[in-house]
Design a protein around this ligand. Sequence first.
Ligand code: ADP
Ligand code: MG
Length: 867
Amino acid sequence: MIRQAKGKTPRRLPPKKASNSQKDPVGVYCRVRPLGAEDEECCIEVISNTTIQLHAPDGLKANRNGEFKETQYSFKKVFGIKTTQGELFEDVAKPLVEDIIHCKNGLLFTYGVTGSGKTHTMTGSPGQGGLLPRSLDMIFNSIGPYQAKRYVFKPDDKNGMEVQNQVDALLDRQKRDSQTTVPKTPTTRRIDPEFADMISPEEACKADGVDEDSSYSVFVSYIEIYNNYIYDLLEETPIDPIKPKPPQSKILREDQNHNMYVAGCTEVEVKSTEEAFEVFWRGQKKRRIANTQLNRESSRSHSVFIIKLAQAPLDADGDNVLQDKNQVNVSQLCLVDLAGSERTSRTRAEGSRLREAGNINQSLMTLRTCIEVLRENQMCGTNKMVPYRDSKVTHLFKNYFDGEGKVRMVVCVNPKADDYEETLLVMRFAEMTQEVEVARPVDRPICGFAAGRRQRNQAFKEELTRRLEERGGPLDGESPTVLNQLLQSFPPLPPCEISGPNDDVTLPRLIEALEKRHKIRQMMIEEYNKTANMLKSVLQEQDSNLLSKENFIQEQRGKLGEKDKMLQNQKNEIDRLEKKSKMLEYKIDILQKTTNIYEEDKRSLQHELESREQRLQREMSEKRRMEARMQGIVTDSKLKWEKECERRVNAKQLEMQNKLWVKDEKLKQLKAIVTEGKTENRQPQRPSREKDKVPAKRSASPSPVPTGPPVRPLHRRSHSAGGERWVDHKPNTNVDLDTVLQPNLPNAIKVNAPSEKALSKCDKYVLTHQEVASDGEIQTKLIKGEVFKTRGGGQAVQFTDIETLKQENPVAASRKRRSSETGPDGEPKEGDWTDVETRCSVAVEMRAGSNLGPGYQHHGYPKRRKP
Ligand code: ADP
Ligand code: MG
């Protein structure tokens, strides 16, 4: 039956979900209940109709210094102890009821510690009905005349609503009637004294602007969330008084519109306030029984009463509900009586109850966390995940916070001192909740049918019944009805009284008249049929016209919905991008600032670098200047010192030579004295080396010191002089080298071993000594000496001179010659070069200690020997 309806209407998202960017904060109201006893200490003061002030009770003030002074909390409205249930309803719940009637969802919950008046506010008591019975009453007062027959709307078990056809609905109604023992009409029924007189008739109120071209049905569910388990309080389970079955918990599911609902939860269709409240009371009783049986504390559970209002437009002729699931609108109002918000059990909690207490607090804590995260996300533009799923209560109402719908909270407070600390926490949470914003619900799209269908249909029906009644009335012609008029339009009947048996006029006349009438009737029927057919075709045409228009409208509406959605998406995207761009701008700003700082740093460093470089440059040039100066100083002082040294050396040399000469002179004189017999006539004179030593053929350079001291005091003749006799000692080992300078000794006695005999005849001695020099050449040394007669009659040689002769490479001779071109005295010896011997070797006589450079290959060392 339902499937049939399903087949007809393909599933598609109802267009109502076009969300709104407008947001409203959660409405938080505060209700202060009267103190239990007049003389109790009060710690709350209502200081205006939006603000209350808490002050710490005396005991606490003494204990904590300054922490608990007066604190003020502001709400949308504060209701003092004298506030009536009606006044509270007017402000808090009435707008929500108006919303539900206009297809918008609402959530209302009471929050506070146990005993603060939550249940009193939500449910109330006889004579003091709370928000729940009042809401129900207002709904029924508003939709009363427009309610659909029972079972026209049928929940689809997926949080949606279907429209049943009339036959199915009728069958369901008959089934219900046969099953229930309850009298069909609630007015005749006995009312439970427990919930009688919840609302007095004079308090009844009604919503404005109810769409009377729609048909309505109210469904209620009642659940309890205890220890984070969901229980259906309206579930019909056979009660076993001996062994009661523990109630089965329900799970939460998400419907195709992403709304959360309790899967398999009983939804009872109710047609009046009384019926609805009776259902509520039934659930309440069940709850009480379960709590007693399972030893639970009702203050620790959350109770949720859900009022669902299904509405669908009437069809085109305003007679029945339109058989289109997509046109069904379901809105709901959730009334939640939360568990006591106290942190610890007020009664002695033991064993399993302690665990429960933890869970209850956990669910309220989750509620607080969710609100906190929502608030943070909204205020700081963050996108933190809201932990709705952490508890059943928050998970069930996730859509209200995430999606759309009004959310209101009544914070109940008991001004007694004992509750003070808990109340503080309640107030803080309540104030924070006000900062959360929830999307404002959007208006329901209008259905495509012309307005006023219900009224027209009503009027038509009334007219019809009236006419039918009229038709069934007397035909006496007293009232000028249509029928009478019609009858009068026929030709009048002739008198039909038969005068006698032979009267053959009356009957034929009557027959004729009747035939005439019959003909007229026939004609009229034909005319009528013609007109009716015409009218029918016109109507059909109109109908098809209307249908196509309707289709067109439907199509357009669909498109509009899509466009709306697109627009919304784009708006969201824009919002997101704006947020992102703001974020990026902020980042850029920061980066800019950082860059500036770095640039500043860079500039200063550059500056420093430059100044350092300049300094370095300056120091370098300074250093160079210094270096140059030092160099100058060094060379100056070096030169000075060199000169000084030379000067000193020369002076010293001179001095030393003079000393030497003096000594020599003394020695000569001494010798002269010793050898006075032999050298009596000799005049001591300064020997001249040049004269002595440089024979014409010799290439010896003159001594750089022109005044060398004499080695011997004796006068010596030059080599070339014929008066001297030489012992020419040439050992046998000597190599006879042709090119080697051979001393030219004319009267020499040649020996190859020292001989006393030869020495006694001569006064000069020369030893030709050969050795291999370091450069591999044979070096010949002429070691010269003077022969003295010793006192003992022997001979002694005193060596006076060494001449070194070197075999020269003739190729290298030119170089050598050049190098010896100038002697230490700078005089070139022209004559020497003509002699072959001299060309082969050069002897240089040097004074002792002379420091001449390597330009002098041949050295003559004047050796003095002590006799
Ligand atoms: P809660 O549900 O928060 O635990 P209740 O609603 O059960 O508290 O209230 C505890 C008691 O206080 C009840 O007896 C109730 O009648 C009473 N009470 C609460 N609020 C009020 C009020 N505003 N006026 C009068 N009595 C109240
Ligand atoms: Mg309560």
